[in-house]
Design a protein. Structure first.
Lengths: 391, 462
């Protein structure tokens, strides 16, 4: 970075022209105006509760206490609050991303790589995690067929398709294979989803798209001996908005060379499925409000079942002769579950959102399920501890 | 509070500036003192009292020195002043380090005090000591107004990260100064340059350095990328803060001395230290080296003096043996240059620049490492590696190569030379660019600041 530039005469005295003097005034006034506008704008503007870009709750104003001031904790909170609520915060974040991409030519942003075909990938070289014995014990205790449909994460597919640069260490494929092997050893039946292709995933989100979900549904019903349904093309809808998913949120649009179009099957196709969670039924299978919202960073994936819920049931009231399946899942399952509910009655548990004391085996017995399906993506190393506690 | 924070930038600074210029001149120093104390107390209110205690003690020491300057007892006053100041600094900065070292050396189990280091204590202690010493030497008249002395020590632009402004540099400016639009505009430019240095270049290079220093089994390429990134980080961080301090001071009509002068183009270690943290080097030269006899004593005593100065310089930077070793390392090279090496280097200008740069980079390894074994392992990777290049080095080069290149160029006078020529040759367009880029830097630096708090929640990872 340059030191300040000066035009100096031989005596070292600054020679100030009238034009330069004007520029000095412009600089002084602009500087103060910029600082004041952002500062006052931040204070007078109504506080925002949530950031769509960051998909998180923003810090709120602080009620200072004597202890908080004395220890400096309240000042830190105030700093966080002011920065979170800063006027033009999103613009500044996007501008920094542009600087990184276009000036510093950084191909990665916050760990995300954008491949030439526009797919955003998060390479990872984590340690292989052993699955806990709790899975084997669960299989024995529940005494029902237990299936595992482990979707390869997008990183697994990208590694297979050699989309990740050779200089980046990533071992998602090895970890995926190891996990499948371990789940089989625990007594589960593997429903292989290896047929999935890169185009079955969103470019800018880590999830699979409706085609990936539909393909997984066919594999699952076939492997579990269920009757699959086939939706017609007329039921298929496409959101008019461009969808920028979780990976685009992490990099900002500067790195998302192209967005996605989110497709889904409309509510009419799933009519008759009663969805219950949080003590209430008649919840929507497809909530189209999420595809109607404006904004680059709307989490449109929530169109499926409004996202994740700890315990949920999905049944077609008119069909009582069908098997009941306990589905243990993550958000990858959300677009699959509506289809699966057309083939079986579902008791769904997302262990991330149930109390620590929740006992999955007990729940399976209580609901008298006929089989159990684990429906996850391969990036579940962080869930092992939770499963160890709840299975 | 830090200069590189949103509260400072968008609330504190504009408020202080606007009220300052609205107030009658006689209230301006008072306003600067009040806001400086608020600035300091914002993060650690309790330590503001410690700083005020330091101001009060040194105010009275200086009065006594002035009063009794012709009596024998003045030396005892000076001795007490040094003991009290270094005692405070020693307790807060070095007590834990000292007791731990004694325990490790003699196998003792003495209680190790867990003392929190007050922000900027090394800087304001040296400010205060230089004031009393300058009074003792008769370089400046004693400051009778305790508030003006408090302003000298607590003035927020130089309070927490320097430069170490000598009392005689700004004594007359505290009494009387003229604020001009020329100074203000130059201050804005200097401040935004410093802000951009810190937030874009230093923090960017810091991420590279942190990542590499946390890795194991480094290849040679990776080790060199890591230490170059760290050298750039520390330069832009520190010189960025100095630029911000100088720029802020200019906005209030104060003129500080330069603290950095492109240190990485030096042709010897001695020259490096004349270009790096100039205010600290000159402080040790004037208040330690010269009082010990400086160059006017026998060669062996000169080397002893150098050894003392460089051990202290190392220790000033941090309470750890690696800092002492870092200081000693420079002391040894400066002694060698004084003995014979300096003359050799003068004959080989290009080689001497590369040589000095390599020595400085090796020095930064000690500065960055927490333990000696860590430093030795790192230096091994730089010079006698098991692997020359690996994929991790390729990744760092692809990901951060342009950033490091920009930072390398920015650490030389090249941008300044080109900029000056452009300003002259382009006339009004050049002048517009000269001032306009300050606003661009302000936006870019703010973007980097906000982006550093960007914290997307990605819902676990599935």
């Amino acid at each position: 970075m340059a030191q300040p530039l000066e035009t100096e005469n031989k005596q070292g005295q600054k020679r100030t022209t009238s034009f330069e003097r004007i520029m000095m005034w412009v600089t002084t006034i602009s500087f103060l105006l910029i600082l004041l506008t952002i500062g006052i704008g931040t204070i007078v503007r109504e506080d925002r509760v949530r950031s769509q870009l960051e998909n998180r709750t923003l810090a709120q104003s602080v009620n200072p206490t004597i202890e908080g001031i004395a220890t400096g904790k309240d000042m830190l909170k105030m700093e966080t609050y002011f920065t979170d609520q800063l006027l033009l915060r999103g613009t500044f974040v996007e501008m920094q991303a542009l600087l990184s991409k276009d000036v510093f030519r950084q191909p990665f942003r916050n760990g995300i790589y954008t491949a030439k075909n526009g797919y955003m990938i998060e390479p990872s070289a984590s340690t292989q995690v052993q699955i806990p014995n709790a899975f084997q014990q669960f299989v024995q205790e529940v005494d029902r067929p237990v299936y595992m449909a482990l979707a390869p994460s997008k990183t697994v597919i990208a590694e297979r398709d050699q989309l990740i640069p050779s200089y980046v260490a990533s071992n998602a494929r090895t970890r995926y294979a190891g996990m499948i092997r371990d789940f089989k050893a625990a007594g589960m039946t593997n429903l292989s989803l290896d047929q999935l292709k890169l185009t079955d995933y969103f470019k800018t989100d880590h999830h699979w798209n409706i085609d990936g979900a539909a393909s997984a549904y066919q594999t699952i019903t076939k492997g579990m001996g269920l009757q699959p349904v086939t939706p017609s093309k007329a039921d298929r809808k496409e959101d008019e908005h461009t969808y920028y998913g979780s990976l685009a949120r992490k990099t900002t649009l500067a790195y998302a060379t192209s967005g996605d179009q989110l497709a889904y099957y409309g509510p009419a196709f799933f009519k008759g499925i009663d969805v219950c969670y949080d003590g209430a039924c008649d919840r929507p299978v497809i909530d189209e409000s999420f595809v109607q919202q404006e904004g680059d960073y709307v989490d449109r994936y929530e169109v499926f079942l409004r996202g994740n819920h700890g315990i949920m049931s999905m049944k077609e009231q008119t069909k009582n002769d069908r098997p009941t399946i306990l589905v243990l899942k993550d958000s990858f399952a959300n677009p699959v579950l509506p289809f699966l509910a057309k083939s079986a009655n579902l008791e769904v548990v997302d262990v991330r959102y149930v109390p620590k004391s929740f006992d999955v085996s007990q729940f399976a017995k209580q609901k008298q399920v006929d089989s159990v399906l684990f429906l996850h993506n391969s990036n579940i190393a962080g869930l092992m501890k939770t499963y160890e506690n709840t299975l | 509070m830090l200069f590189s924070s949103t509260i400072f930038l968008f609330l504190f600074l504009p408020t202080v500036l606007i009220v300052y210029y609205l107030l009658p001149r006689r209230f301006r120093n008072g306003w600067l003192l009040v806001t400086s104390l608020f600035f300091y107390a914002f993060g650690e209110p309790r330590f503001a009292l410690l700083m005020l205690l330091s101001v009060t003690i040194n105010y009275f020491f200086a009065l006594f020195v002035d009063l009794y300057r012709h009596r024998i007892g003045v030396k005892w006053i000076m001795f007490s002043m040094i003991v009290v100041n270094l005692g405070l600094l020693g307790w807060f900065k070095y007590s834990g380090f000292f007791v731990r070292s004694v325990n490790e050396t003699f196998g003792l189990g003495w209680f190790v005090p867990e003392v929190v280091l007050p922000l900027g204590i090394s800087f304001y202690t040296f400010h205060a000591m230089s004031y009393v010493i300058d009074i003792y030497k008769g370089k400046e008249a004693v400051q009778k107004n305790p508030l003006d002395l408090a302003l000298y020590i607590a003035f927020f632009p130089q309070l927490v990260a320097g430069p170490i402004v000598r009392y005689n540099t700004i004594a007359s400016q505290i009494e009387s100064r003229e604020e001009t639009v020329s100074d203000f505009a130059r201050g804005v430019r200097r401040f935004t340059i410093g802000l951009a240095k810190k937030l874009i270049l230093a923090n960017g290079c810091g991420q590279v350095a942190d990542a590499i220093f946390n890795m194991k089994d480094l290849s040679m390429g990776l080790a060199w990328i890591g230490i170059i990134a760290y050298a750039l980080q520390i330069y832009f961080d520190f010189s960025g803060y100095s630029d911000m301090a100088i720029g802020l001071a200019l906005m209030f009509g104060f003129h500080f001395l330069e603290n950095f002068n492109y240190p990485y183009i030096s042709k010897s270690v001695s020259e490096f230290w004349r270009r790096w943290h100039i205010s600290l080097g000159s402080w040790f030269r004037d208040y330690v080296y010269i009082p010990l006899g400086g160059n006017r004593v026998s060669p062996w005593l000169q080397y002893r003096n150098l050894a003392i100065v460089w051990m202290l310089t190392g220790l000033w930077h941090g309470a750890s043996w690696t800092f002492v070793a870092w200081g000693a390392y420079y002391g040894i090279w400066i002694m060698l240059e004084k003995a014979f090496l300096g003359k050799w280097l003068e004959k080989m200008p290009v080689f001497s620049t590369v040589w000095t740069l390599v020595l400085v980079l090796v020095g930064w390894v000690f500065f960055r490492s927490e333990t000696f074994p860590e430093a030795v392992t790192y230096i091994q990777a730089m010079f006698v590696p098991d692997v020359i290049w690996d994929e991790r080095a390729s990744y760092q080069l692809v990901q951060n190569g342009v950033l490091l290149l920009v930072a390398c160029i920015a650490a030389t006078p090249i941008p300044k030379i080109i900029g000056e020529r452009l300003v002259v040759s382009l006339g009004r367009i050049g002048t517009t660019m000269q001032y306009g880029y300050a606003m661009l830097l302000l936006f870019l630096a703010t973007s980097a600041l906000v982006a550093s708090t960007f914290n997307p929640f990605i819902y676990f990872r599935f």
